[in-house]
Write a protein that binds this ligand. Structure first.
Ligand SMILES: Cc1cc2nc3c(=O)[nH]c(=O)nc-3n(C[C@H](O)[C@H](O)[C@H](O)COP(=O)(O)OP(=O)(O)OC[C@H]3O[C@@H](n4cnc5c(N)ncnc54)[C@H](O)[C@@H]3O)c2cc1C
Length: 318
């Protein structure tokens, strides 16, 4: 696009601020989305399904899973690159961004940040490659915004842990190979790495969602799930464990919503009624002008937060 022709979807030319690597990642995700996601997403939304295993391999092949984490087969990109990938995925559908967020920012981040060396080595390389899927079990039927009131609990039985409880609204629960489950213990809330083939673990699909339909959602039931002592995250106690993971996921969502809003704007720009573009009607022009300002503003905020994160200066209470 020439300098004299502003990009109608990026009036501030924000992407000019991206590094070459970040732009390459943007283009790779856009190309993958155009070929592998956009043609099918309406069907996935309609049927409330997703080809999770194939998507995992596709995303893993692109290096998108846990992409901002270091080592263990993760790509180790900038946080901004991860954000841009989230933006381009959510421009297709929020469910696809959610798939990548849950794998990379919730399940993999939890193991990377809080897991033992053995837990990291066992799970992260396969999760990064998309050969193993993870889910993150924090929310419960009666503990949503207030996870501190969770009832799921883990008790010691000899050296083992035994988990009982129910988790609700767990993305990818039915297709996960491993679940990071947060449970109440005598020492406070602790995280556990639970292989989903452990006896007593079941995942029941939540059907008929009104929204986020191109995404798999489950109830997890833990009925006397017996785990070895080393299944627990070794050090972290209390809500700071799960809340640190939610902050990581929120970071990706910050960029994702920019993609979703941009898609809404694009769809309206291309809509014709009464023989001409809707964007040709003055009242609509005003709304579109407001919309593109908001999209650009959100993009600027996301980029700034991303740069702060990459510089190690981002604090959730700043
Ligand atoms: C599609 C989907 C996927 C999800 N995936 C996961 C997952 O993978 N893992 C996981 O652990 N969880 C997951 N969740 C759960 C999600 O994190 C919870 O839905 C969320 O924490 C809100 O909890 P709740 O639904 O119980 O709502 P509630 O906590 O009951 O809240 C209901 C309403 O009350 C408002 N509210 C609550 N408390 C206050 C307050 N103090 N002041 C003012 N307003 C308040 C809320 O903003 C909300 O509008 C998912 C949810 C959905 C819908």
């Amino acid at each position: 696009m020439s300098a004299s022709t502003p990009n109608p979807h990026d009036f501030l030319d924000l992407d000019d601020e991206l590094s070459g690597e970040e732009r390459d990642i943007r283009d790779a995700v856009r190309a993958f989305a155009a070929e592998q996601l956009t043609p099918y997403v309406a069907d996935w939304y309609e049927t409330g399904s997703l080809p999770a295993a194939e998507l995992a391999k596709g995303f893993g092949g692109l290096g998108l899973l846990g992409m901002h984490l270091e080592g263990y087969g993760c790509a180790g990109t900038s946080a901004v690159a991860y954000g841009i990938a989230c933006r381009e995925l959510e421009a297709v559908d929020s469910g696809l961004r959610s798939f990548v967020s849950v794998q990379g920012s919730l399940a993999m981040f939890a193991i990377h940040r809080w897991g033992s060396e053995e837990q990291r080595r066992e799970w992260l390389p396969r999760m990064a490659a998309g050969q193993a899927l993870g889910c993150f079990g924090l929310t419960e039927p009666d503990a949503g915004s207030d996870p501190g009131s969770m009832r799921t609990h883990a008790v010691r039985d000899g050296a083992d842990w035994v988990l009982n409880g129910t988790k609700m609204w767990i993305t990818n629960g039915t297709v996960a190979d491993v679940a990071v489950v947060w449970a109440r213990t005598d020492e406070g809330i602790r995280g556990f790495v639970v292989p989903t083939d452990t006896p007593g673990f079941t995942a029941n699909e939540v059907k008929h969602k009104l929204s986020l339909r191109a995404s798999l959602t489950a109830e997890l039931v833990l009925d006397g799930v017996r785990l070895p002592a080393d299944a627990a995250f070794p050090e972290v106690r209390g809500l700071r464990g799960p809340l640190s993971c939610l902050n990581e996921a929120r970071y990706g969502i910050l960029f994702g919503v920019v993609g979703a809003a941009r898609s809404c704007y694009q769809a309206t720009l291309n809509r014709e009624q009464f023989g001409k573009s809707l964007a040709g009607f003055q009242l609509t022009q005003r709304k579109l002008a407001d919309l593109v300002v908001e999209v650009n503003r959100a993009g600027l905020v996301a980029l700034r937060i991303g740069r702060l994160k990459d510089a190690g200066k981002l604090h959730h209470n700043r």
